[in-house]
Design a protein around this ligand. Structure first.
Ligand SMILES: Cc1cc2nc3c(=O)[nH]c(=O)nc-3n(C[C@H](O)[C@H](O)[C@H](O)COP(=O)(O)OP(=O)(O)OC[C@H]3O[C@@H](n4cnc5c(N)ncnc54)[C@H](O)[C@@H]3O)c2cc1C
Length: 306
């Protein structure tokens, strides 16, 4: 066995080492900072080639391999890299975050400790209006004059709920019960460790425009401040194949093909057969799939075919 294995050097990333422990501010009082990490772009390449030590291949070949792996969803090499983050997030945002089951989590305990005395606040021009096409989303902002009143209400509510919490604690109520009426805007903190494959899945889901703005803000910081420094080749491939790419259903491809062929009758037939168009050939108003297809056409700068 001796002589068969060369001595290994631990792979590290100077650009990430520089920001270890440095908080990136998110929202009014939140942050994300890197606590620790394992692996680099090179570790992904190493794992894919099942070889050890610094490879002999050129940097460009490494990048091509990473791009190939991501393009073909050959995901296990990305699981060789892990990152541990320290987060400070409002509870409503955390509730969405914690749904990502593939992370390892340790959260601040409000049974053991006094709840963090900070809430996410909203400026008068930051109140978003309900989206019409997406029942889960927002679109646009309320008039700041209306927002003034809502912001004032918010301030009063936060103040009152904290006063009541403090009163319960002073009266000797257990922390686990005293906390029950704190608002969802209260901040929590957690250590969150995840491998790169599942982190990319998290970022992909939470950076999309249909994700809630607050968690999107965190995902963008993790992506463009942290992942970019940590694994720059993977970061580039992620943007290319996951964020900036687009997928089409079979029906969408059929319609685009007929748009190129100029066969309007077939397009209308496909639309009617699939419930996108009414009998008169006009688009149905509440069809989410149709709406999303029209968004894709807009991105491609193509006019709607109906
Ligand atoms: C815009 C948006 C809206 C959402 N709305 C809602 C909502 O209204 N209600 C709601 O409850 N949730 C909602 N979610 C949460 C969503 O359903 C997922 O739970 C969450 O995004 C985590 O995604 P994930 O399972 O891919 O991630 P992870 O839990 O990190 O899992 C990563 C991958 O591991 C695999 N995996 C993990 N656990 C299992 C398992 N037990 N069995 C099989 N495979 C597994 C899957 O392939 C999964 O994609 C929403 C998410 C988004 C992004």
């Amino acid at each position: 066995m001796e002589g068969k294995f060369e001595k290994l050097e631990k792979l590290n990333v100077p650009a990430l080492d520089e920001i270890l422990g440095v908080p990136f501010r998110v929202l009014k009082d939140g942050f994300v900072r890197v606590v620790d990490y394992l692996g680099t772009d090179e570790s992904i390449v190493q794992a894919a080639r099942v070889s050890y030590g610094k490879g002999t291949k050129k940097l460009r070949e490494d990048e091509a391999l990473i791009r190939y792996l991501l393009r073909h969803q050959h995901t296990t090499p990305f699981e060789m890299c892990e990152i541990k983050l320290h987060l400070r997030v409002p509870m409503d945002c955390w509730r969405q975050w914690i749904r990502h089951r593939t992370a390892n989590v340790n959260e601040y305990s409000t049974r053991y400790s006094i709840a963090i005395d900070a809430t996410e606040t909203t400026l008068p021009d930051e109140w978003r209006t309900q989206a019409i096409n997406n029942r889960q989303g927002s679109a646009g902002f309320l008039d700041a004059a209306v927002g003034e009143g809502l912001t004032k209400d918010e301030e009063e509510l936060h103040k009152l709920s904290r006063q009541i919490y403090d009163k319960r604690i002073s009266a000797g109520v257990a922390r686990e019960q005293a906390r029950k009426d704190l608002p969802l805007s209260t901040y929590t903190e957690a250590y969150w460790k995840i491998d790169l494959h599942n982190l990319l899945n998290f970022l992909h889901l939470r950076m999309e425009l249909n994700a809630q703005l607050e968690i999107r803000n965190y995902a963008e910081v993790i992506c463009n401040e942290i992942v970019k420094r940590w694994v720059p080749m993977t970061w580039k491939a992620y943007w290319d194949y996951m964020m900036d790419s687009m997928t089409f259903s079979g029906l969408e491809i059929k319609i685009i093909t007929e748009m190129i062929n100029g066969d309007k009758k077939r397009i209308i037939d496909y639309g009617k057969e699939n419930g996108w168009l009414a009998e008169d050939g006009l688009p149905k108003k509440q069809n989410r799939e149709l709406f999303e297809f029209e968004e894709k056409l807009e991105k491609l700068k193509l006019n709607k075919p109906w």
